[in-house]
Write a protein that binds this ligand. Structure first.
Ligand code: ADP
Length: 489
């Protein structure tokens, strides 16, 4: 594979977590190893240099003493062949050079025979005449340089000559290089062994995640009941718990979808069955009087209306499920005016049921709403309050607001809702009394639509009810609509 293809392949697959894990383990082991070996090599090198420096110094001190005793600096140099030979030997042993400088800064001996008779004035030599020894290591040129005083035999405190010795450290460094080579080889071997061990350890450590991944794959292939508990680490436990939660939600959604589909089929079938029964009985009769025909046909027409109503409500719900913020037709609406309009439209129904309809506007409210949707939601609430009321009952609609929300309260003195049904009345197709709902033209979808609309406006709807005494719906909606993305950020 070319480099680019490798990169694309890596991008598509992602790097395995084993790689950084193993690399971290290797780094944690190798970094101290390399640091320690560097420190050890450094001190080994310094130790070698110090030992060589002391060795040379000792040799030169012995030499200096011999010179003092033999009066080397004062006597004719040629008479000290033994000392000259000794100097020659020392300089050869250390692969260096010895230069003897007298008190006139003149070189009287040079083992290289290059500077004899010439002047040698340097800071170290001047200092040495003052009684100060010096030792200096030149790393780049790889040599050690030392100055040792030669004292006057008549006055052992007076320096009358200086031994300048330079010695090569090349062989010392080559020894250090050898040791370094060995240590590097050792580090490489250890790194290789560590790399294998680290990858094996990463493989074992990642085992539970691998098992989780295999289970997730099974879930992805449709096995929603697969056991995904993985307790090896707290992380895997958390992960499997989160996935389990999502799966339970998924199953619940799937179940409610199935229930909804079967409810829809059932609800749609009911009017059709009634129409079929009515039509069959008409066809089964002979010489049917016109009045009976008309009665049956009216019933059939009512059932068709009902079927239409169910389909309309279902379509409204489906549309709302799909609605995003962008599909809301938000505008500034005078809620008081809208409420008056809704109540005006419902007054004939209320009159038919002998229900008193009261609107109480506590303050003037203008809010950001989708007029059509909000009007539908409130209509459903007020219509229910009329439908499920008693003869001579009352429906009181109150409108109020504060600086943030507007509140609509729909309170009736109707039949109320049994305690065990209160939590379910917003469910699709839920009806406390199917027969009564059917009688008053209900589909069981009105409150679902209402709740959806209010939630789309980021509001809430709550219900309180007392069977036999009445029901109150409380709605709270923000005055200003903030689209969901903005609200999140
Ligand atoms: P429906 O079309 O049957 O009225 P809804 O979704 O509007 O459907 O209401 C669901 C059920 O909640 C109704 O069938 C009824 O039993 C109950 N309900 C709703 N509003 C009231 C109310 N104001 N008083 C009593 N019961 C109510």
């Amino acid at each position: 594979m070319t480099d680019k293809k490798w990169l694309l392949w890596l991008q598509a697959r992602g790097i395995s977590m084993k790689v950084p894990m193993a690399l971290i383990m290797i780094a944690l082991a190798v970094i101290p190893l390399v640091t320690q070996s560097g420190i050890m090599l450094g001190s080994f090198n310094q130790g070698q240099l110090d030992a060589r420096s002391i060795e040379i110094q000792n040799q030169c001190v012995v030499l200096s003493n011999k010179m003092t005793r033999s009066g080397y600096m004062t006597a004719e140099k040629k008479n000290n062949v033994i000392l000259d030979n000794q100097m020659q030997t020392i300089s050869e042993v250390y692969n260096g050079r010895i230069v003897i400088v007298n008190s006139n800064f003149k070189v009287i001996t040079d083992t290289f025979n290059l500077a004899t008779g010439k002047f040698y004035i340097s800071e170290e030599v001047i200092k040495c005449f003052g009684g100060e020894n010096s030792s200096h290591y030149n790393k780049d040129m790889e040599y050690l340089a030392q100055t040792i005083p030669v004292y006057d035999p008549a006055n052992e405190k007076r320096v009358n000559g200086v031994i300048v010795i330079t010695a090569s450290t090349e062989n010392l460094l080559s020894l250090t290089d050898k040791v370094m080579g060995k240590s590097q080889f050792f580090i490489v071997c250890i790194t290789l062994v560590l790399a294998i061990l680290a990858f094996l350890a990463a493989q074992i450590l990642m085992g539970p995640f691998k098992r989780l991944q295999r289970t997730f794959d099974r879930v992805a292939h449709g096995d929603l009941d697969a056991d995904i508990t993985e307790d090896a680490y707290s992380e895997t436990r958390q992960l499997s718990l989160s996935v389990q939660k999502s799966l339970s939600k998924l199953k619940a959604v799937d179940q409610s979808r199935q229930e909804f589909v079967s409810n829809v089929s059932h609800e749609l079938k009911t009017p059709i069955t009634s129409i079929r029964v009515l039509a069959d009985s008409l066809m089964g009769m002979e010489d049917v009087p016109v009045e009976l025909y008309r009665e049956f046909m009216t019933d059939i027409s009512d059932e068709i209306d009902r079927e239409n109503q169910i389909i309309d409500d279902l379509l409204t719900l489906v549309k709302m499920d799909k609605s995003a913020d962008s599909q809301m037709n938000m505008e500034q609406v005078n809620i008081n005016g809208e409420m008056e309009l809704i109540l005006k439209r419902l007054r004939p129904i209320a009159k038919r049921g002998n229900v008193e309809l009261i609107l109480e506007s506590i303050r003037d409210v203008t809010a950001d709403v989708d007029k059509v949707k909000i009007s539908l939601a409130i209509t459903n609430l007020v219509e229910n309050a009329i439908k499920y009321n008693v003869d001579g009952g009352t429906v009181r609609v109150t409108l109020d607001a504060d600086h943030k929300y507007f509140y609509i309260k729909v309170a009736d003195t109707g039949i109320g809702i049994p305690e065990d049904c209160v939590d379910r009345i917003f469910e699709r197709f839920f009806r406390v009394d199917k027969a009564r709902s059917r009688e008053v033209g209900g589909t069981g979808l009105g409150l679902s639509i209402t709740k959806n609309v209010i939630q789309m406006h980021h509001g809430v709807v709550e219900v309180e009810s007392m069977p036999g005494e009445g029901t109150t719906f409380n709605v709270r909606i923000p005055l200003n609509y903030v689209p969901r993305q903005e609200a999140k950020s």
